[in-house]
Design a protein around this ligand. Sequence first.
Ligand SMILES: Nc1ncnc2c1ncn2[C@@H]1O[C@H](COP(=O)(O)OP(=O)(O)OP(=O)(O)O)[C@@H](O)[C@H]1O
Ligand SMILES: [Zn+2]
Length: 645
Amino acid sequence: MSNPVPPRKDPDQPWRTEGTPPDSTGPPSGRRKMPGGWIGLVVAVLVVFVIALLALSFFNEGTEPTISYTEFSKQVDNNNITKIYSKGDAIQGQLKTAQANPDGGGKYTKFKTQRPSFADDKLWQNLEKHQVTVTASPVVQQRSFLSNLLISLAPIVLLVVLWMFFARRLRTGLGGPGGMLGRKAPPKPVELQPGAQRTTFADVAGIDEVEGELNDIVDFLKNPDEYRKMGAKMPRGVLLAGAPGTGKTLLARAVAGEAGVPFFSASASEFIEMIVGVGASRVRELFAEARKVAPSIIFIDEIDTIGRSRAGGSAMGGHDEREQTLNQILTEMDGFSGFEGVIVIAATNRADILDPALTRPGRFDRIVNVAPPDRRGREAILRIHTREIPLSPEVDLAQVARTTPGMTGADLANLANEAALLAVKRKQAEVAPPDLSEALEKVQLGAERSLVMPYEERRRTAYHESGHALLGMLQPGADPVRKITIVPRGRALGVTLSTPDTDRYSYTEEYLRGRIIGALGGMAAEHVVYGVVTTGSENDLEQVTNVVRGMVARWGMSERVGRLSALPSDAQQAYGLAAAPATLDSIDHEMRRIVDECYEEACQKLRDHRDQLNALAEALLANETLEEAQAYRIAGVTRVKKEEV
Ligand SMILES: Nc1ncnc2c1ncn2[C@@H]1O[C@H](COP(=O)(O)OP(=O)(O)OP(=O)(O)O)[C@@H](O)[C@H]1O
Ligand SMILES: [Zn+2]
């Protein structure tokens, strides 16, 4: 489930700069697919249309004029009628000789008329007397009833078809089950983890403090009676907050596994179905199931999709549906007496935007932060995920842990798996260090792409990456450059990877400026060497913008904007806090000033060290990839290593 390390946006993450391929500047891909349902809709409309036309044609009784019944009787008496056709009291007929239409409009031979129901003339005898051919068909009313029915049904049919069509589209649009309306998703699976495959705390590493916090919940679930006797109430809900891949789902599973209780799992986004009421009823079902087998655990992933602060508004789902679902969860939790033994564990990576109603006492009143692991934690996680993988004796997991700051449990699990895949591909009996370093490369930089690039383009990429790398090396206190490559990877034409020697927890202003300078290094190199810039710096500029926005508007690093959290966070916005226009102007001004200064400095440094820049670019063109030591040697920069704590 884990994803390769996403492009780093957050300054807490390892730093990597990359060129962007030309295709990324085009219009956004991934357009919504045209649903095949449109064809169905068009067909349905056509069918209804044809039915209506047919029904109407039943009534279409030709273009002959309608004459009065008096006029008709007169023509019968005049012996001027050849034949008539009757349908109940409606009569169509033909004259022997044309007559002037008494109602005007020229002469007529064909006509129609209506026999009044109260007429008690001797029409039939009269017609017989004048030898008129009479044809009759069953009473008109029967037919007109049918056609009437069809016609009156048509709009209803049309509405039903439209309704079904839209309901279906909305469902599939949300990634819900694309079934017909009204079909409920199957109830959430009850996971009675069988003893052998139970997830326990032994499967979780690197987050011991979190395990500690969850321990008393395990204890409660194991012996609810003891707690009951003491009248002690347990927390009803625990909120696990942390970045994606830090092991929140794993932890919830492990709590259930340790306590040996059933585990119900649902993702909050599955509740939201656009059709108001469905989410709430699913929540009801889920809680009812869990109560039946209590003590048990309900795990709700991505709680922020329904638990966003109500004031903040949402991009997902109908507002009503979201709110109803959330209310239902809160109602169910309020309904707990505290002795029922159902504990709700929710997970989010946006704890900051949650509705305060969720975190009120008696609800998710215990918030546990799950942080990415430190060096020792990473080593322990690697051990867990290589339990089943034969490792060659040369593999040093401590060393791997040292080179992976910022990586989460999911990243590390992915790394171990990639290394094992490589070893299999190479028909080795064990995973060796080169497999691990190659897997790391793939996880950190993205998979290699086989693009054949023209020489000029490669040369430009070499200068771009060398610009990043050289400035990274020259900047005092910057994260060391680990690898430079001009092999296209993922979306990038080339990558320069920098990671810190040890875990970093906070950043100085100087360090952040260094980062901006390094990130602008690619563009600056193109500017200095070629005099023009390309589209290859899109991603770099994105990172620069993120860092500088933080400096100015979040971390109080600009005198002019001051020590304000000037750009409100989502949570602050929910309370109606927004920056004044004048503040926004200052923020904009300061962001530009800092970036301009950094760009100037980047260009100047590259001009001053042009020989080193050339040397790096040449080496990259020749070798495609440079490792840390090689790169520092070629650039002639001495690497100062930070001491491990
Ligand atoms: N602390 C850890 N110890 C061992 N393995 C871990 C740890 N953290 C993550 N993993 C591995 O990563 C996988 C994914 O983690 P998990 O799904 O629990 O993350 P998550 O925080 O729930 O992510 P998301 O927010 O994306 O749902 C786990 O199945 C496990 O293999
Ligand atoms: Zn770049």
